[in-house]
Design a protein around this ligand. Structure first.
Ligand SMILES: O=C1O[C@H](COP(=O)(O)O)[C@@H](O)[C@H](O)[C@H]1O
Length: 230
């Protein structure tokens, strides 16, 4: 299910989301000595990253990863890893650990197997998940236009898989719905009137393969906190 939190200013949203996430990470570290958070890439999260990076947290005990990554070099403008390095792993967050999804040149079965083992033993289940959403209703790299969408939404799949979108650039690596849904706290961060319309469309239907964000908005076991600003 979901709860909608609306803001008139994006900067106000960024600060509120950062403060909420900061408190959740502090609690997780207090309870078990470490915490993990997966963030999304794309054009939306820069301001939130900047706000979170300035929070006084036990960053050395916190591992940051991505919900998904485009299989591009880390120097590419389209690299989500680069976005995180330049905007979140800064300021007080410079001491956080980063779990890299982009390993090597090719996304091979062997790379996936290694990453799946490492993710299971170090960061899963996630304490905090910050999702984004594309205008086609994709979230993470669960793309409606990919051949892998059934597998990516299935309950019996690996934590990480390769996805090849038909209408978006680059091969992707993404966490599967089955593992993302185990996150202890799930947020969807979106902005703008177009995304609000996409959200309404997602809420109105129930075919998750057509709009994968529906899986998070409509699963009764998930409490997705939607943060939206104009
Ligand atoms: O390709 C991606 O797109 C989504 C949405 O990005 P936005 O630019 O519309 O905010 C993003 O959540 C995902 O991490 C990214 O790989």
């Amino acid at each position: 299910m979901y709860q909608l939190n609306e803001f008139t200013q994006r900067s106000e949203l960024d600060e509120a989301l950062a403060e909420n996430v900061a408190q959740l990470l502090i609690q997780a570290v207090k309870q078990k000595g470490k915490a993990s958070i997966a963030v999304s890439g794309g054009s939306t999260p820069k301001g939130f990253f900047n706000a979170l990076s300035q929070k006084d947290l036990p960053w050395q005990d916190i591992t940051i990863t991505l919900a998904d990554e485009r299989w591009v070099g880390i120097d590419s403008d389209d690299s989500n890893t680069r976005l995180v390095h330049e905007n979140l792993l800064q300021n007080k967050a410079v001491n956080a650990k980063f779990f890299h999804l982009k390993q090597g040149d090719e996304l091979t079965d062997e790379t996936l197997a290694d990453l799946n083992l490492a993710a299971k033993s170090s960061i899963l289940p996630l304490d905090v998940l910050i999702l984004g959403m594309g205008e086609d209703g994709h979230t993470a790299s669960l793309f409606p236009c990919s051949e892998q969408i059934a597998q990516a939404l299935s309950s019996s799949t690996a934590p990480l898989l390769k996805v090849v979108p038909q209408t978006a650039p680059y091969q992707r690596i993404t966490f599967s719905f089955a593992y993302l849904k185990q996150s202890k706290n799930t947020f969807l961060h979106i902005s703008g009137t177009n995304k609000h319309a996409v959200l309404e469309q997602a809420i109105a239907g129930n075919d998750s393969r057509a709009m994968p964000i529906r899986a998070f908005l409509q699963d009764p076991a998930i409490d997705t906190q939607v943060y939206w600003a104009e």
